[in-house]
Write a protein that binds this ligand. Structure first.
Ligand code: NAD
Length: 356
């Protein structure tokens, strides 16, 4: 087993624990607890750190006492996501598609977690070149500059979209489907290049196949907004949200803090060298109707949703098999959908300016 931290990761940083109850422990934990860092604080590069997942992850790393450098071009990210972060934080404005920006960002860092990418499957269908450039060329550029800077482990955001319309449920990592969109193709490309970087250069790359991530700081605006912040913001405005089709289609919704935990375990945990692919979900099936009821309940809203025609190309069900995340990383879906929705709703209530 290999650790990017060598002897430092053993004993004085992360160790077996019986107490995993606090949020701080959860950030870096599963089967590890967070120990006082002393002088072992590391410098971690978070690309896309001004975005939804990246800013939540940066917050967890800072809480653990690490130094964080964020690289973001602020095309989708929001500076307000960084306002409440406390600790040793450096913000670099730059682009992962530019070698010089990546080289600057990787200089002096110990580890890299890569979250920068363009999201939205529908937008990728109309702008495939843009997605290939940012999501694939950007990934390769970042990995290569990280390699040249001496970084030996990179954790990166892949996506459940790589499963295409495969019907297996829950779906495990041995599967890979047809890339049904340029976005999915770009994420498949990340996984292929990660394997190539491992075989050619011996680096360890951990590809986390996120399912439907939700939580504070997720963007509720624009035509490609994710369903949870959209429902919450519409209900808070007294509007009726729209549900496509019967609402009995299901997804695997995973709270962002659990996703941050999976990244931290991927960065610091003992892993065999390789190009790993790991599902990150809740392992729980939730229909859109159930989701709606949960959100309406949390908001004490009696507004009924409007059902419209099913969206063409929408898959019926998506559910992660999270056994590999548990066994390889020590990952747990520690914050379930009920707690996650309640925290998200509270955050939205406290940040009305972020919903407009
Ligand atoms: N949110 C989800 O449910 C979900 C699901 C599967 C995979 N993912 C992946 O997780 C990662 C993070 O997603 P998110 O939801 O936080 O998205 P986000 O849009 O909130 O964050 C992405 C960040 O990357 C930045 N960025 C984009 N292109 C860049 C470039 N060329 N150079 C530098 N920065 C750039 C954006 O400005 C933004 O801050 C992405 O790779 C996404 O594909 C997300």
């Amino acid at each position: 087993m290999e650790s990017p931290l060598g002897h430092m990761s053993r004993g004085n940083r992360l160790g077996p624990t019986d107490n995993e109850s606090t949020d701080l422990a959860l950030c870096g934990a599963g089967r590890f607890s967070i120990m006082p860092l002393g002088d072992t604080s590391l410098k971690v590069l978070v690309t896309g750190g001004a975005g939804f997942i990246g800013s939540n992850l940066a917050e967890c790393l800072l809480e653990m006492g690490h130094s964080v450098r964020i690289l973001d071009n602020f095309s989708e990210g929001d500076r307000r996501n960084l306002e409440d972060l406390k600790g040793d934080l450096e913000i670099m404005e730059g682009d992962i598609t530019r070698s010089e920006d990546c080289a600057r960002a990787c200089r002096g860092v110990d580890l890299v977690t890569h979250q920068a990418a363009l999201g939205s499957v529908p937008r990728s269908v109309v702008m495939p070149e843009l997605y290939s450039f940012h999501n694939l060329h950007g990934f390769v550029t970042l990995c290569n500059q990280a390699r040249l800077a001496g970084v030996t482990r990179i954790v990166y955001a892949s996506s459940s979209s790589i499963y295409g319309d495969l019907k297996e449920s829950p779906i495990s990592e041995t599967n890979r489907g047809l890339p049904l969109s340029p976005y999915a193709a770009s994420k498949q490309g990340n996984e292929d290049f990660a394997a190539a970087f491992h075989y050619a250069h011996g680096m360890t790359l951990v590809g986390l196949r996120y399912f439907n991530v939700f939580g504070p700081k997720q963007n509720p605006r624009g035509p490609y907004a994710a369903v949870i912040p959209l429902f919450v913001s519409q209900l808070l405005r007294g509007e009726s949200p729209t549900i496509f089709g019967s609402g009995e289609q299901s997804r695997d919704f995973v709270y962002v803090r659990n996703v941050a935990q999976s990244n931290i375990l991927g960065l610091f945990g003992d892993l065999p060298p390789g190009a790993h692919l790991i599902n990150v979900g809740s392992g729980q099936r939730t229909t859109i109707n159930d989701l709606y009821r949960l959100i309406a309940l949390a908001l004490h809203s009696s507004i009924t949703p409007i059902h419209v025609e099913e969206r063409k190309g929408d898959i019926r069900d998506s559910l992660a098999d999270i056994q590999r995340a548990k066994s390889l990383l020590g990952y747990e879906n520690s914050i379930d959908i009920h707690e996650g929705i309640s925290r998200t709703v509270e955050w939205c209530r406290n940040h009305p300016d972020r919903l407009r």
